[in-house]
Ligand binder design. Sequence first.
Ligand code: HAM
Length: 425
Amino acid sequence: MSFRIPRGTVDLMSGEVEKWQYIEDKARELCRRYHFSEIRTPIFEQTELFQRGVGETTDVVSKEMYTFLDRGGRSLTLRPEGTAGVVRSFVEKKVYGEPQPTKWYYIGQMYRYERPQAGRQRQFHQFGIEAFGATDPALDAELIDLGWQFYHSVGIRGVKVALNSVGCSTCRPRHREKLVAYLTPHKEALCKDCQTRFDQNPMRILDCKNEGCQQVTHDAPRMVDYLCEECEPHFEAVKENLDLLDVEWFLDTRLVRGLDYYTQTAFEYILEGQGGHAGSLGGGGRYNGLVQEVGGPEMPGVGFGLGLERVMLALDSQEVKLPIAHGVDCYIVSLGDNAKKRSVLLLKELRQSGSTAERDYLDRKMKGQLKAADRAQARFVAILGENELEKNQIVVKEMATGEQTTIQLDKLATYIREISGKDHS
Ligand code: HAM
């Protein structure tokens, strides 16, 4: 029997995984500067959390969840997104009782049973931010800016922020009424999904990608024209703050997003020229009712989730070369039993002093060891034969130039550390 990787998942291996580490490091560093701390919640949660939190009628919950019964008969679901679990933790640990705001970030796997294609997998990764306890529109703008900076920091160009306000429970019913009245004569022209949405959540028809639906909704009533006394100035202030921060944003009155918890601010990071959903790099918004929905007190929240596979696709399509150091600083080539024995300690000394180092474990001859050094992309090889050992010396050769020098054996670690600029002392 031969085993195969599950559909819609990938193995990230050497060559690729370093890029992931690089962009994850960038995300962590930005979060540190913006004073967000990391939260790690479980990969699976009670199914009901997503049903209540994300919304029973959303595609994510109704069609895409990995749900299973555990041996105790509990219904659990692999998290399709990060917000619900983070809010559950915020409520369960009563973090709402502490001085606010709470500013958290996470990086991790999410699961959605979708048809796999470029930028869409069944197991994928998100870098997410959630901030609780403040309605200040400057906070919305701050984290929109954080996400925008993130794309810049890894080298992606041309990211714009699509921005909308989806209002709140006060102003949405007025818009809904007008929208339903507008759509009713066109109901037959809508796609099948939108006919269902018509009854459940007509606002979602506005961001259907189906051409027929887009034609129908072209002149439909816009939520931004119905914002209430609270939502309207909030939205204006978000825009002002984004201008202040020099974020490139544009108004997209059709932007609704696919999860039910959003109130007021909704946004998406769009990459120009990247077709299909791969061009939608990430998104988020406010969710002022979610903490209460999950059993907590009234407490506002705002956040985003950025798909990291889409970051990788964007980096590839823009041919961005990440500054990743490949290869080891020093590969020890040893000839003869005594030299081999000494190389064990030499290797440890090199590593302890902060250099990356490797040696041969397969008893290869000189030529084979040099080839292995080449494969390990070694910057230097240090050659130790019986002759050198007797004199307490070692030959160091720079692979790129072929330049060779002989140094004292006990100076090797210091020499390599200094020459490769890795002074960790
Ligand atoms: P979302 O729009 O459902 O929002 O997902 C955010 C991002 O995750 C998408 O823009 C996309 O980049 C990526 N993504 C989603 N599904 C897939 C997939 N199947 N394969 C690859 N990438 C995917 C949320 O998940 C919200 N929790 C974001 C949020 C946080 N809102 C407030 N706080």
